[in-house]
Design a protein around this ligand. Structure first.
Ligand code: DHB
Length: 370
């Protein structure tokens, strides 16, 4: 890719299909970053190129190839689902193009290419804290309920090992298909197993449908507690969920209600530019742009792929979610993970939010530190 002239960032995102909210959130956040930080860095004009892969891995791979070969993008970014990131990793390696993953969250992704940097999160990183919380809060038996692919299997495995280590018992492990899931039969199994709690991971976009069925089947009144990663109580859909989501305890790295001054400014500007609330995908897109801008500045506007990558490693900064670090060794993000509870917040228009009440600081991906 050229080291002078227009600097192109090629985002590949699901803008249509089941994961379209991920694309919508990340595009809005990248545009907000540019509106706030300008479209020239170290003398080079920045151009965003946004491509829709509709969540189909073969399409992601083809679009990545076109962006690298024809558009000569300097950086690839986005990747809304794990299979889409995995399909692109070899192209990043062969073309020496930095690949900034702003969504997909299976632990192994960063190990598939030395050109990958991640600004989102990993499932093991956000799952271990809720497993610890559950064991400390009188939950003795759990059924795990996860989407049947990379991030779900990470969540299942790390919930199970941490919960068992802390004395808990797993009494059922349920996996639901990623595409067109029907939760009803699985929820019936949860009801029959009568655990103290059900732990849930589903990708962004499926939480509202799950919550609706959870309520319709009366599980919210069955005495079985619902605990989850914050992917389920997603800020993008949380308000639609209604009272069934109240009091759900979950763990994640970002809440639109995170009470820092920087986040308040971020949310206010985001909501002013869009008619929706930023979620964890948005914050990863925003921070992905930050990592790219600072790398271009650090290389004085003329970085090669390898030089840009080197300047991405080790970046430490305040994000709307809290302090984050791009670990120079793993190229994965180190961040605070919060325990939150869904509440109506009178001071914020009586809307539903994930209200943080505990935190584990500077959590590394536990799948890489063991
Ligand atoms: C992935 C996708 C999501 O929407 C999410 O919330 C977590 C992980 C993934 O495919 O990696």
């Amino acid at each position: 890719a050229p080291t002078s002239g227009t600097f192109k960032i090629g985002f590949i995102l699901p803008m249509t299909g089941q994961s379209a909210s991920t694309g919508k959130q990340i595009e809005a956040a990248a545009k907000l970053w540019m509106a706030q930080n300008g479209s020239t860095v170290a003398g080079r004009k920045i151009e965003l190129v946004i491509k829709d892969d509709a969540g189909v891995a073969d399409t992601t791979r083809r679009l990545a190839q076109e962006l690298v070969v024809n558009e000569k993008v300097n950086v690839l970014a986005g990747f809304g689902l794990t299979p889409l990131a995995l399909a692109t990793a070899p192209i990043a390696t062969q073309s020496k193009t930095p690949m900034v993953v702003t969504a997909a969250a299976t632990s192994i992704i960063t190990e598939q290419s030395p050109y990958i940097v991640r600004t989102s999160f990993t499932l093991p990183q956000v799952t271990v804290p809720i497993a610890e919380w559950a064991a400390k809060n009188k939950i003795r038996s759990v059924v795990t309920f996860v989407a049947d692919y990379g991030p779900g299997l990470d969540a299942e495995k790390f919930f199970k090992s941490q919960f068992q280590l802390n004395g808990g018992k797993i009494v059922g492990e349920i996996r639901s298909p990623l595409r067109s899931p029907d939760f009803a039969p699985f929820l019936q199994r949860v009801a029959d197993l009568k655990p103290d709690a059900v732990f849930v991971f589903l990708p962004s976009g499926q939480g509202a449908a799950f919550m609706k069925q959870f309520g319709e089947r009366g599980l919210d009144k069955s005495g079985i507690k619902l605990i989850a990663t914050g992917d389920v109580t997603d800020d993008d859909q949380l308000n639609e969920m209604g009272d069934v989501a109240l009091n759900v305890v979950n763990s994640h790295h970002y809440s639109a209600a995170h009470p820092s001054p920087l986040n308040k400014r971020f949310v206010q500007a985001f909501e002013a530019a869009n008619k929706f609330r930023p979620n964890f995908m948005a914050v990863a897109g925003y921070d992905g742009m930050r990592v790219i801008y600072k790398a271009l500045e650090a290389t004085k506007g003329s970085g090669t792929g390898d030089q840009l990558l080197a300047a991405m490693k080790g970046q430490l900064f305040e994000s709307p979610r809290g302090t984050v670090l791009i670990d120079a060794q793993t190229r994965d993000i180190v961040q605070d993970v919060y325990i939150r509870k869904v509440e109506r917040v009178p001071a914020m228009g009586n809307q539903l939010y994930n209200v943080e009440f505990d935190v584990q600081k500077a959590v590394k991906d536990p799948a890489k530190t063991k």
